[in-house]
Structure formats: structure tokens, C-alpha cells
Design a protein around this ligand. Structure first.
Ligand code: SF4
Length: 949
């Protein structure tokens, strides 16, 4: 197989033996590089190469203007647009950027296609204008224009009015924009090309000029090429194949067939058009599921072929979808030693982008030099911040979580490595660029970061510097905002602009261009040929690329003025696809067998065309991933030394621990494996501190408020008897207690603002506390026997080591009235007050087991074990949703619908079952097992470990 560029080199060597004067023009730099290489292969001795340039460089040789980067152009357009539209304060630069970029693209395209902007943006919304326009338009143009403007004459909705308002100003924007650029000797690409193409074209580059490998020419390119051909110094070498040129049904040949009809270009086509496409080839179409499936299958195929002697330099991998890049590089890393990647990696997919987003959150939500804990925690978990000092970052995280710090003072966070000091400084919107700049510098100096990470940082540093030259705070937020809001607006504005810029940026991979296996995007393959070609993502939406770029100029108007449409784009991609196959010998085309949820991403129509039209003998194979779910094995943890030690630790009575708590035992009954995870292995879910108190904290707050309330009453009365009058005006005290709690939680001294979740929690806790106090008032007088009473222990002899089990717990409240001792547990959940039997409380498989009864009975038992209750009626019960909001309070539980007026008759049975349970818990022969009652798994934090949903 001879490559197109090699053949071209041979031809040029033959036609232009003295080529010093010769200029060869290519569509892109990569083609120049490969051509130079082929030319050097043909030389017997060193020689100067001809002038090898791209078409952009040729245009530049005809002009003296400078083309600024897109950011500068859009920024200049922003000001012109504002002036023409007479906009004063409403649109910031970041808000304009998206539209500005789109408008710039439209202007660029109109200029490259030499279309009159005045005509395109002509307002044809009234019939007279339309009729006037018809005078110089073709029938087809009229048809397209009518289909767009027709509905404007019928009725004018507010959206249409808005559109018309902008539309009418666009010719002036176009004119003014170009004028302002011209005065400074600047231009955008299209403007430069148009100026050259519509200029006198009498100063052409001297010597012969060969245009090689062009397709889908813009009108300006066509005009320039024609000028050289007409002058007699130009030649054209088309990279074309008879397969799609001669078949009018093939969209790949659309542009060439148009050029064949061109008065000048038509003469440049040779009589014998090469027919490489129809030569025999080994073609395989391979289906695999998703990105990873394709990448793995491709890497495996490449690996096998390399082992059989395939030469990496003769091999090309084409990635129409840039998301494939990382899976492919990952897959190939094992199989290939050298490769060269000619496509960029999206900047938005790097950890630096994510870091900057987190920094913005940190600063936007900063108040009085205190940061919101959520943003501090997120940053402390970022890989780069962690890398700076993993021990300190983890320690800080732990400290914030454990101390439930709602906000964190900036100065506390600035201790540690330089990066911490730079990140955790409160800054104003004015200093954004400097702040990010300093962080990038600090990151660049981190020895823990890889070379690739540093490359990301460098690219961001460049972007931030560039933004610093263009972006101003004045254009981000106008002065009518109050200062605090303005600060926020500046950050928001910066982020909006930054995100738009980053999304369009790619990090170029630096490799050895001609050695090793080549990985490229579709556009980069122009004019190149490889013996072995692998193309991935052969699905609609990737190849051909789906959708169309946004534009001010609607489809019908584009059609009317022959501006590029999606059809143009499809024809261009069809050409690129057929072209890369035409000279290849071994072709492997991969597609994703799984369409997305909307049924999009089907197998590419290009594949269907090959299968049905090419005449090739194609092997088609779909990789079946044998879906054999691994049978789930029940998890069992034997009571080995670690587990037994853990049990012993839990059972110890020390200063900090007093034995097994009722909730731990309750967990054991529910699921012994969950007990193991939580209390033996101590696998905890990270407990995040919420901005505000969350639903889980309802209970905590209610307990706190009720405890403090009654402690206050007891202290004031100097005795434990509560009279109904003590509960007058209780709401005010409760309100104050709630306030104090929130102030303590937020770490601020000022007032608490009740909004969002915080407001809900306050209201709910208020309503529970008020209901409790209403019933208490009706029940009073009574005596408080204990509030959050701890230090109670219960010892049970067991036959296994260590010989006795120790239980301990804290009782929410104990009160006494007329011989009735109530053991009270406050609950804010939906706990029920009924149960079926004492046995059911110990049966974890029982779907209607009442955990709350089990736990409250244990509290009662604990009390009994520590205090004489002779002659007292002991009633364990809940104050909860189920009874608090009734007119009359029914305290205590019902077993089998019979209220339990005294627990004493059930104590013996309860203790005996408890002993049995504790025997089982300490029995080294009985492992910790998963519950068979999957209802218990519903809210279990270990569901993922157990594969239980
Ligand atoms: S998910 Fe179910 S089986 Fe697993 S630990 Fe939790 S409760 Fe036990």
C-alpha cells in the first residue's frame, strides 16, 4: 500500500526536480509533517525541502493582520454588541460569552463562505421586504426563506419580537465589529480569509503552488485556489477514490462532484481516479458493550496482532469520541510500548477543574472569615490537598466532624503546608485571579504531584493568566448590587465564564509524532494512510458526529444562503471515514452494542453502508459478555481472636465504657453481622456535619431540650416535684433552649436565622416538646426520678468467657407518681406501642418485632437492677408520635392488645430470654451472620457490603 502523501512526494520529486521555489499547501500541520517524512525517504542526499505550509498560513501570507485568540475576540465583540444594542448594565461578560462565541462563529462562517451578512440578517418579517428580497434570489432560496419568515407575518409572540429586535441589530454589530478590528489591524480567521479572497489577488505567492488533499473547501479557499490555477502557477492533487466519487449516492463524494462541475477546479481532476477502496481488505466489525468493552476488545486485538508481527508505525487507532481516550490509553498501556496521541484531553475532566469549583464554593459561602464546614471537608478530601499533607488533612476532617463544627475559622485552617495557607484565606472578588494564581503555583511546587498533574496545573495557570488579562470585576457584577451580594455575583460570574472556557480547552499530549502506534481523532486523520486501521465508537452521534453547533442563523436561512448545515458536516465526516479506509489493508471497526436509554447511539450508518454496499467480505462479530452473576455467598464472620477481643472490649466496665448498650444489643438481635460491623470491626459511615441540623438530629435536640427544661424547673424549685404551674409559659423556655442549641452548634454569637431545614427542625421539635409538656401538665404533680440517667449496669452470668455480660445504658427520663414509676424514652420516629409477645422481642426474623419495646424494657431492667422497686408499678413506655398528639395520653405498651400496667410479671421471662441471647453472643462457636429478614437491611449502612438493597 502506498500512502497518498508518499505518492504525492514521488510526483512532486518527478514534476519539480528543482523545488526550492515550490510551495505545497496542505489542510493541516500533521499532513505537512508526514509529507516531509516521505519526501526525505525519497532523497538520496540532503536537500532543502519545498515550502510546506497549511492553507491558514497561505492566507496569512496574503495579509498583514493579526488574529487574536477567541477570548479577546469575544471580549471585543461584547463591547461592540453592547454599544450597538444600547445595553447598559444588564448583561455581564460571562452571560454574553456563550452568545458572543456563537455570533463570532456565525460571522466567521459567513465570511469564509463569502456570504453577505446584510442579506443573511435581513429582516423579512413583513411581506414588502420579502417581495423585495425575491428579486435577486433563486426559487430555492425563496422557498427556504419563506419557510422561516412566513410564520412571522402571521403573529408576533414576545419571543419572536425579542428575536427580531436582536436580529435587526446584527448587521450593525457585524459592521462595527469588523470596523473596530480593522482599525487596529486585527481580524478573526474568516474576516482575514474574506479580505484576501475578495481582494485584488494580484500579489500571489511566487513560484508553483500545489494544493494537496483538500475537500469541503470554504468559498474563500475555493477562490484563492482558483486564482492560483487561473494564473497558471497552481496545481491541485485531490485525495479521492472512484468508489465514492463516481457513485452519486455516496455522500463522501459530494464535494468532489461539485468541484468537478467547477469551471476551473473541474479541470484539475485526473482521467484515472484511483480505485483503492475496492481492493480486497481484511475487514472486521466488532461489537462490544460500552466504552470499556470496546477499549478492552480493541486492546486485546491490537496485542494479539502485534504479537503476530503487526508494525506499530503502520497502525492507527481513531477515536471519534474523546471519552474513549482514557479507557483506550489504559487498555493499550499493557500491550504497546510506544504510542503517539494526537488529540487533546479535556481540561474539564482534570482534578484541577474540580478543585477550582470547590474553591469557588468555599469562598462564595464564606462569612466573616469563617468557612462552611461542608466546603472545607470537600477540599480536605481533594486528592491534591490530601497529597500536600495527608495526616493533617485527615486529622482536620476528623476534628471537624467529631466536634460538629458548622463553620470553621479561616485562621484555624491556615496552619500546615503552604497550600493550606493559600487555599484557606478569605478573599474578595477583586482577588480571584491572584488567589487562583497563587494556588496553581503552590500546587506546581508540590513534589507529591505527578508530571501529568503538573501539566494540568500549568494549563490552568496559563488559562487563569489569560483570563486575568481580559476579565474585569466591573464586567462581572454591576454596582447596583449590595456589597455582600456583589461579592457572590463576582464569583458566580467568574465561574460561569471559567466553565465555558475550560469546556472548550484540551491539553495536547506531547509525543514522538512519527514513531509508535498512532492514536488520533477523526479530523486529524486527513491525508494520512495506515496499513492497519482501528476505529472505535462506530455509533450514530459519534461517527458521524451528531447534532449541530448552535447558531444565530436558522437552518432554512443557512440553506438559502448555502452556509454549512448538518448535511455538510455529515458529508465531511463520510469522506474522512471512507478516506481512511481506502488504502488500508486491515480494518477493525468497533461499535457499542448498547444504545442509551432513549435508544440513541445505534450502530453507525457508515457500518451499515459498508456491510451492504462495499462488496467487501466483512467479518462481523459481537462480543458476548457471558452474564453470569456470581452467586452471592452468605457472609459469616467467625468469632476469631479479633472478634472475641472486640466483644471483651465492649463488655468492659471502664471510665469511658460501661458495657453493652441496649441499642447495641438491639442491633445484634436485628442482625448479628451488622452488630459485628458496627461494634466489633467499628466500620462507621463517615458522619458528615450538616450545615444545619438534619432529620437524624431531631431526637438529639428533643432530648436536650427536655432535659434542660426539667433540670431548670428542679433547680428553680429546689426539689424534684413538678407542679402544673411549673409548666405555665413553658413554650418561651423551650424556644430559648432551642435557640441556644443552634447558637452553640453554629459557633456564632449572633442571632440564628431560621430558614430551610433549620426552620423545619425547630418547628417539629417545638411541636413535640409542647405536646409532651401539655400531657405532663395534665399528669402533674409528679416527681422527677432521673433525667438522662446513666451509670446503670446489669450483670448476667454466662457460661462462656469472660463469664459475665455487662449491660449499661442511659434512661431519658424516670418519673414517679402515686406508686407508678414511668421509664420514659422520647422518640421522634414512627415507633409503635404494640407488640405480640416477649419472645417476639428477641426474634430478629420476626418482621413485626418492636425494637423500641425491647430497648425500653432493657432500660427498665437496668433501673430495677440498680434501685429497689418493691411495691412500685414499673411502666416502660415511649413519648412518641403515636401517643403524643392524642387528646389523652396512653402511656406504656400493649402486648397482644392488652396494656402493660406493670412490667414486673414479665421480668422473669424477659431475663431468661436475655440470658439466652447473651449466651449466644459470647458463644465462640456461633459466627456473626447476615439476617434472613431483609426488612432489617432497609436502612442498614452496610447494605453495599452485603449486596442487600
Ligand atoms: S445489610 Fe442486612 S445483612 Fe448486611 S449487615 Fe446490614 S442488616 Fe445485616
Amino acid at each position: 500500500m502506498k500512502q497518498f502523501l508518499y505518492e504525492l512526494a514521488e510526483q512532486i520529486k518527478k514534476d519539480h526536480p528543482a523545488w526550492e521555489n515550490l510551495t505545497v499547501v496542505f489542510p493541516n500541520r500533521r499532513a505537512v509533517l508526514y509529507f516531509r517524512h516521505h519526501l526525505s525517504q525519497l532523497l538520496e542526499k540532503p536537500a532543502f525541502a519545498p515550502q510546506l505550509i497549511t492553507i491558514e498560513e497561505l492566507f496569512a501570507r496574503h495579509s498583514q493582520v493579526r488574529v487574536p485568540d477567541k477570548l479577546e475576540l469575544v471580549h471585543r465583540l461584547y463591547h461592540i454588541y453592547g454599544e450597538v444594542m444600547k445595553r447598559t448594565t444588564t448583561e455581564t461578560f460571562d452571560q454574553f460569552y456563550f452568545w458572543g462565541e456563537m455570533l463570532l462563529r456565525d460571522f466567521d462562517e459567513m465570511d469564509k463562505y463569502l456570504v453577505s451578512a446584510e442579506q443573511v440578517f435581513r429582516d423579512l418579517s413583513n411581506q414588502k421586504e420579502m417581495d423585495a428580497a425575491f428579486e435577486y434570489l433563486t426559487e430555492q432560496q425563496i422557498e427556504f426563506l419563506e419557510s422561516f419568515w412566513g410564520p412571522f407575518q402571521a403573529n408576533l409572540t414576545s419571543n419572536k419580537k425579542k428575536f427580531l429586535d436582536t436580529w435587526r441589530h446584527l448587521p450593525a454589530v457585524y459592521r462595527e465589529f469588523r470596523n473596530s478590528l480593522s482599525t487596529e489591524n486585527l481580524a478573526y480567521d474568516g474576516m482575514l480569509q474574506r479580505t484576501v479572497a475578495e481582494g485584488p489577488l494580484d500579489q500571489l505567492v511566487s513560484g508553483p503552488v500545489v494544493f494537496a488533499g483538500f475537500n469541503a473547501l470554504t468559498s474563500a479557499e475555493e477562490k484563492l485556489m482558483t486564482a492560483y490555477l487561473t494564473k497558471g502557477t497552481g496545481k491541485v492533487r485531490w485525495d479521492v477514490d472512484s468508489y465514492y466519487l463516481n457513485d452519486t449516492a455516496q455522500e463522501a463524494g459530494v464535494f468532489f462532484r461539485q468541484y468537478q462541475m467547477h469551471a476551473v477546479l473541474g479541470k484539475t481532476f485526473p482521467k484515472d481516479i484511483p480505485g483503492n477502496f475496492s481492493r480486497p481488505k481484511n475487514v472486521s466489525i466488532l461489537g462490544a458493550s460500552q466504552l470499556v468493552g470496546q477499549a478492552k476488545l480493541m486492546a486485546q486485538t491490537v496485542g494479539e496482532l502485534l504479537a503476530k508481527g503487526m508494525i506499530p508505525e503502520e497502525t492507527l487507532i481513531v477515536l471519534p469520541d474523546e471519552k474513549m481516550l482514557l479507557p483506550v490509553l489504559h487498555g493499550l498501556a499493557v500491550e504497546v510500548k510506544t504510542m503517539n496521541v494526537t488529540m487533546g484531553f479535556p481540561l474539564a475532566s482534570t482534578p484541577v477543574f474540580n478543585l477550582i469549583e470547590q474553591l469557588a464554593e468555599l469562598q462564595v459561602n464564606q462569612r466573616e472569615s469563617r468557612f462552611n464546614q461542608r466546603h472545607v471537608l470537600a477540599l480536605l478530601g481533594h486528592p491534591y490537598v490530601l497529597a500536600a499533607d495527608p495526616v493533617l488533612a485527615s486529622g482536620r476532617r476528623k476534628e471537624i466532624v467529631e466536634n460538629k463544627k458548622f463553620t470553621v475559622p479561616a485562621e484555624e485552617m491556615q496552619i500546615g503546608p503552604l497550600l493550606f495557607g493559600v487555599i484557606f484565606q478569605p478573599i474578595s472578588g477583586q482577588s480571584i485571579i491572584g488567589y487562583l494564581h497563587d494556588i496553581m503555583y503552590a500546587l506546581g511546587g508540590l513534589p507529591q504531584l505527578t508530571a501529568l498533574d503538573k501539566e494540568y496545573v500549568l494549563q490552568f495557570l496559563k488559562l487563569i493568566n489569560r483570563l486575568g488579562e481580559v476579565w474585569t470585576v466591573e464586567e462581572a457584577a454591576y454596582n447596583e448590587f449590595p456589597p455582600a451580594k456583589k461579592e457572590k455575583e463576582i464569583w458566580k460570574s467568574f465561574l460561569r465564564l471559567f466553565r465555558q472556557l475550560v469546556r472548550a480547552q484540551k491539553i495536547p499530549f506531547v509525543g514522538e509524532p512519527l514513531s509508535g502506534l498512532q492514536v488520533m481523532g477523526v479530523l486529524e486523520t486527513r491525508n494520512l494512510d495506515f496499513k492497519n486501521v482501528f476505529i472505535l465508537s462506530m455509533n450514530e452521534g459519534a461517527l458521524p458526529a451528531g447534532g449541530h453547533r448552535s447558531s444565530y442563523v436558522p437552518f432554512t436561512i443557512r440553506k438559502a444562503y448555502q452556509l454549512p448545515t448538518t448535511e455538510h458536516q455529515d458529508a465531511m465526516y463520510a469522506y474522512l471515514f471512507y478516506r481512511i479506509l481506502q488504502r488500508a489493508e486491515n480494518v477493525y471497526l468497533f461499535y457499542n452494542t448498547e444504545t442509551d436509554v432513549l435508544g440513541q447511539g445505534e450502530k453507525s450508518r457508515f457500518l451499515q453502508q459498508l456491510l451492504f454496499e462495499s462488496g467487501w467480505n466483512i467479518k462481523h462479530r459481537v462480543l458476548q459478555t457471558a452474564v453470569q452473576p456470581t452467586p452471592l455467598r452468605a457472609i459469616e464472620i467467625p468469632k476469631d481472636e479479633f472478634a472475641l477481643q472486640g466483644l471483651e472490649r465492649l463488655n468492659e466496665v471502664t471510665d469511658s465504657s460501661k458495657g453493652i448498650s441496649p441499642s447495641a444489643l438491639n442491633t445484634y438481635v436485628q442482625c448479628s453481622l451488622r452488630f459485628y460491623f458496627r461494634y466489633i470491626a467499628r466500620i462507621k459511615e463517615l458522619e458528615e456535619v450538616d450545615d444545619d441540623i438534619n432529620a437524624r438530629s431531631f431526637g438529639l435536640l428533643l432530648h436536650h431540650v427536655m432535659q434542660k427544661f426539667y433540670e431548670g424547673v428542679v433547680a428553680t424549685n429546689k426539689n424534684k416535684i413538678i407542679e402544673p404551674s411549673d409548666l405555665n409559659h413553658a413554650e418561651t423556655v423551650i424556644d430559648k433552649l432551642i435557640n441556644e442549641y443552634f447558637i452553640h452548634l453554629s459557633g456564632t454569637k449572633g442571632e440564628v436565622v431560621y430558614e430551610g431545614q433549620r426552620l423545619i427542625v425547630r418547628e417539629v421539635v417545638m411541636s413535640f416538646a409542647e405536646a409532651i409538656l401539655r400531657h405532663d401538665k395534665a399528669y402533674a404533680p409528679f416527681t422527677i426520678e432521673g433525667l438522662e440517667k446513666g451509670g446503670l449496669t446489669y450483670y448476667a452470668k454466662i457460661s462462656h468467657a469472660p463469664g459475665q455480660a455487662v449491660l449499661s445504658g442511659t434512661i431519658d427520663r424516670l418519673d414517679l407518681k402515686d406508686n407508678v414509676l414511668r421509664v420514659i424514652d422520647y422518640k421522634t420516629g414512627g415507633d409503635k406501642l404494640e407488640f405480640s409477645s416477649i419472645e417476639s422481642l428477641f426474634d430478629g426474623e420476626d418482621k413485626s418485632r418492636n425494637k423500641a419495646v425491647f430497648q425500653t424494657f432493657l432500660y427498665a431492667l437496668l433501673y430495677r437492677a440498680n434501685h429497689p422497686v418493691n411495691g412500685l408499678q414499673l411502666i416502660p413506655g415511649l413519648l412518641t408520635r403515636a401517643n403524643l398528639f392524642e387528646e389523652e395520653l396512653h402511656f406504656g405498651f400493649s402486648m397482644n392488645k392488652k396494656p402493660i400496667g406493670d412490667m414486673t410479671p414479665f421480668v422473669e421471662q424477659f431475663e431468661s430470654l436475655l440470658k439466652r441471647l447473651l449466651e449466644e453472643l459470647f458463644n465462640p462457636e456461633i459466627p456473626f451472620r447476615q439476617t434472613r429478614n431483609e426488612k432489617n437491611c432497609e436502612y442498614c449502612p452496610y447494605r453495599q457490603i452485603c449486596y442487600r438493597n
